[in-house]
Design a protein around this ligand. Sequence first.
Ligand SMILES: C[S@@+](CC[C@H](N)C(=O)[O-])C[C@H]1O[C@@H](n2cnc3c(N)ncnc32)[C@H](O)[C@@H]1O
Length: 206
Amino acid sequence: MSVFDSRANEWDKKTRRVQLAKDVVSSIIKCAKPEKNIDIADFGTGTGLIMLGLADYAKSMVGYDSSQGMLDVLAEKSAEAGISNLQTVLFDLDNEKFPVEAFDMMTCSMVAHHLDNPEMFFSKAYDGIKKGGKLCLADLIITDEPFHEAPAQGEIKHEGFEVKWIEEVLLNAGYINVEIYQAAVIEKERDGKKLDFPVFLAVAEK
Ligand SMILES: C[S@@+](CC[C@H](N)C(=O)[O-])C[C@H]1O[C@@H](n2cnc3c(N)ncnc32)[C@H](O)[C@@H]1O
């Protein structure tokens, strides 16, 4: 059982997490301007906080994740909401590929910092996005203090990213019109000190 499997049932109970997803969805809508009736994939979808937030825009939705526990929660939420155009897919990034040019938009929020090789995801996502489609990537901007206080062993591969590096690797992966925005600021209090953790949204076109 992965660390995310064990957290799946409690995932949506953390207000800060739900608020962050709402902020990221609002930024995606404002900055990437999705049209209605599009095919959307969400990589590292978890319980679908981002995917379900974009449901009004979707003809079809596919939530990819390596945690069956998270996908089970998403499938339950989607059934309860009467959503019939959402599919969940257990996905191993190292060994699997997305269907070729299948999606108008691929979203990925707070996942890249868990990946050994985020560039592999950017490249595989590029193949899965239709020409003219967009990748919307949200994650932590690197700061002096670590965001995660007591992560499980091996859970965190990057404490955050330099936005300049994100821009460069997306351009190297073939994307064009790469724009980077600030999607949210997560506030935490640690040892009596207020800490801000900014979250970027990169919108990149194929
Ligand atoms: C911090 S959660 C974010 C979930 C969701 N995107 C959100 O914003 O609420 C990270 C998610 O990425 C998934 N994940 C981590 N590594 C992955 C990988 N290599 N392939 C697919 N999913 C992965 C985890 O299972 C988890 O559901």
